[in-house]
Design a protein around this ligand. Structure first.
Ligand code: NAI
Length: 260
């Protein structure tokens, strides 16, 4: 009989960098990876919030540092990788999660500046983080995991969020190219596509019962996701159990994109 290797989510001994770790999905992912044994670099534009996440991991007995990064700045992304390598001697998991929602308006009312801002953080940021992570993982020669936070807006288009939808769609395409090009180095690259998730980006919806009801009506499971229901998918993709998954974008949306 073939000896079945039982699945594990353990990240013990691995170093995980998480961007956007100061809040929402990124914070949940950082805490979860820390809980499962990873040494975590919690990175965010908001350094105070990144520190809160790192302290929370330490409080729970884990190992973590905080780092300030603007993912749209190549120099700062390189410094983030350098900080992780200096502290933990390498990077095994890179969660490129930081993102912004952008203005809520139809495309005809979106300005060039707004388009550039959203694409710069949500798409260029992913390119810079993926590239810097892969360069480091290739230097190390032991493979790695790169995981992006896209969105169901990648498939649906971003109704009133045109630039956001375009950026998230671009990320899903980048994932396929990266996965193809970096597979020879043992690096897997995937995206998660969350539906409506209870984080700061959606505070307005969570806090207004009427608006909440209006939004969840379109979700078969009838609710938003708490951030940990997205983070657990990232944890799975980062684990040894997901070793054969690469170049894909996995939806977690309570059925919102089923249609019908
Ligand atoms: P959030 O607003 O709670 O967290 C985003 C974090 O990213 C914040 O801590 C923010 O300071 C940080 N950030 C923003 N710009 C940055 C930059 N230039 N460099 C570094 N950090 C930066 O939002 P949430 O919901 O946790 O968002 C995380 C990711 O999930 C984003 O990429 C978002 O587009 C995506 N997403 C969220 C959904 C939702 O319903 N909340 C649905 C689908 C995707």
């Amino acid at each position: 009989m073939h000896e079945i290797k039982m699945p594990t989510l353990s990240c013990t001994g691995k170093c995980a960098v998480v961007t956007g770790a100061g809040s929402g999905i990124g914070q949940a992912a950082a805490l979860m990876l820390g809980y499962y044994g990873a040494k975590v670099v919690a990175a965010d534009l908001d350094f105070a919030r990144a520190k809160e996440t790192a302290f929370a991991i330490q409080d729970r007995g884990g190992d973590a540092i905080a780092c300030r990064v603007d993912v749209s700045d190549a120099g700062l992304v390189r410094s983030l990788v350098d900080a992780a390598v200096e502290k933990y001697q390498g990077i095994d998991i890179f969660i490129s999660n930081a993102g912004i929602g952008g203005e809520v308006a139809p495309l005809l009312e979106q300005s060039e500046a707004e388009f550039e801002k959203v694409l710069s953080v949500n798409l260029k940021g992913g390119f810079l983080c993926g590239k810097a992570a892969a360069e480091q993982m290739i230097r190390q020669g032991r493979g790695g995991r790169i995981i992006f936070t896209s969105s169901i807006a990648a498939m649906e288009g971003g109704g009133m969020h045109g630039p956001y939808g375009a950026a998230k769609g671009g990320l899903c395409t980048l994932v396929r190219t990266m996965a193809h090009e970096w597979a020879p180095y043992g690096i897997t690259v995937n995206a998660v596509c969350p539906g409506l998730t209870q984080t700061a980006i959606n505070r307005e919806i969570s806090e207004d019962p009427e608006l909440y009801a209006q939004f969840v009506r379109k979700i078969p499971l009838g609710r938003m996701a708490p951030p940990e229901e997205i983070a657990s998918l990232m944890l799975y993709l980062a684990s040894d159990s997901a070793a054969f998954i690469t170049g894909t974008s996995i939806v977690a949306d309570g059925g919102a994109t089923i249609g019908g």
